[in-house]
Design a protein around this ligand. Structure first.
Ligand code: FAD
Length: 396
């Protein structure tokens, strides 16, 4: 276990109390109804778990990523959806804006998040998934404004989020400049429309929707520009995604931890052949492997978060952490269901929900394959372009 300070342990214990008292009893109903858990959001807000990483100057607590990870794990242990809400109110879009935004942008974003808004990050498009830089959404400069047109999909929080960080190809004087990130606020900015909702396998309490941009006019000061400038800004803004990845790893880890604990208890309580099933070596080894996987994933997730402090996690560390945590979570939740036999397959217990919820994390926010490619590029010290002509164009 990564060494935690007394304050960090106290925070984790406080999060566990809220999770068990207020969040766990609602988890099955959220999954069944597919409704966004506004009551959980309010509980998280009261407990101070929204915007923990926002600097004090903007009303937050100025805590680091490890603190956020501890809370995320505890929420996800009982409810993956609530874990994701803690991720997105502390990392990702809000992380990018708090790092690179203007004073006004930071103030606005912080106010929204601290009052209960879960920001949406809008990158993916129907023709641009893993190949995110092939996005087609444009932001054309017109005087002191940009006009955005395009279609995003799989946007987490579509229809419930107010704050959006939207990525688009910036075009000025008819020439493409770079991919930039723009702040838009649903309900204030006309032209931001919510499209079809995806019927998802798991994590059903947060909508995944299309976001349709139809002549969305945004004042020029809504562009978030990292210090590297607009031309290199996409890479800078994508650094914020490393934080989101550590957060996603923490949700996967929390879901898996919850499933493992249930399996451990069940194996001791359930009797077959006149003895507890925990006495069968086949199950003992499954439980042992589950505990090893969890410890390894936790070491990487906590390590990546702790090394980041209140900055962004390192790209390789974040990719390694998310990769291991997401693949471990798929295995551990499946094995936990198996240990429960038919009871695990029933919707009366949370195991089948945990299996469905965990399945997402090798896909969203960078697939397991793309993360392996990034890690390979980093350890080999080479670029790994994926287009057919990429090596010809970009390397000696
Ligand atoms: P594709 O890119 O079409 O990939 C299909 C398959 O091919 C995958 O297995 C992939 O790994 C593989 N593949 C593709 N290219 C390569 C390669 N070069 N080498 C090896 N294998 C490759 N996006 C947002 O912008 N905002 C969000 O809030 C958001 N939330 C999401 C929430 C959920 C629940 C999910 C499932 C997705 C979300 N996404 C979001 C989108 C997500 O980031 C993309 O799904 C992801 O980047 C993969 O894109 P794709 O689904 O189009 O798959």
């Amino acid at each position: 276990m990564f060494p935690l300070t007394d304050e960090q342990r106290a925070l984790r214990d406080a999060a566990r109390r809220v999770a068990e008292e207020a969040i766990a009893p609602r988890a099955a109903e959220i999954d069944r109804s597919e409704g966004y858990p506004w009551d959980n959001v309010e509980r998280l807000r009261e407990a101070g778990f929204l915007g923990m990483t926002i600097p004090r100057a903007y009303g937050g607590q100025g805590l680091g990523y490890l603190e956020a990870v501890l809370v995320i794990e505890e929420m996800a242990r009982v409810c993956g959806v609530t874990g994701r809400i803690v991720v997105e109110t502390n990392m990702g879009a809000i992380g990018a804006i708090m790092r690179y935004g203007s004073d006004e942008q930071k103030r606005r974003a912080a106010d929204l998040v601290l009052s209960g808004d879960k920001p949406a990050i809008c990158i993916t498009e129907p023709e641009a998934g893993s190949a995110a830089t092939e996005m087609r959404t444009t932001a054309v400069r017109r005087g002191e404004a940009y006009v955005l047109n395009g279609r995003k999909h799989w946007i987490t929080g579509g229809g419930v989020s107010r704050l959006h960080l939207i990525f688009a190809r910036v075009i000025e004087d008819g020439e493409e400049q770079a991919i930039g990130g723009f702040i838009a606020i649903r309900g204030e900015d006309e032209g931001l429309k919510i499209g079809r909702r995806e019927p998802t396998m798991g994590l059903r309490g947060i909508p995944e929707t299309e976001i349709i941009l139809e002549d969305l006019v945004l004042p020029a000061d809504r562009l978030v520009t990292p210090p590297e400038g607009l031309r290199r800004g996409f890479a800078g803004l994508m650094n914020a995604y490393n934080g989101q990845r550590v957060g996603a790893g923490a949700v996967a880890l929390g879901i898996a931890q919850g499933a493992y604990e249930l399996a451990l208890d069940y194996a001791k309580a359930r009797r077959q052949f006149g003895r507890p099933i925990a006495e069968f070596q086949g199950l003992q080894w499954m439980l042992a492997d589950m505990s090893v996987g969890l410890a390894a994933a936790r070491a990487l997730v906590h390590g990546a978060a702790a090394a980041a402090g209140s900055g962004f996690p390192d790209m390789r560390a974040a990719a390694q952490a998310k990769l291991l945590a997401s693949e471990t979570a798929i295995r551990v939740t499946n094995d936990a269901l198996q240990i429960h036999g038919a009871a695990g397959y029933s919707r009366n217990l949370p195991l089948e929900r945990m299996v469905r919820d965990a399945r997402m994390f090798t896909i969203g926010g960078g697939t397991a394959q793309i993360l392996r490619t990034q890690i390979a590029g980093s350890i080999l010290g080479i670029r790994t372009p994926q287009t057919r002509d990429g090596y010809l164009r970009r390397q000696d």
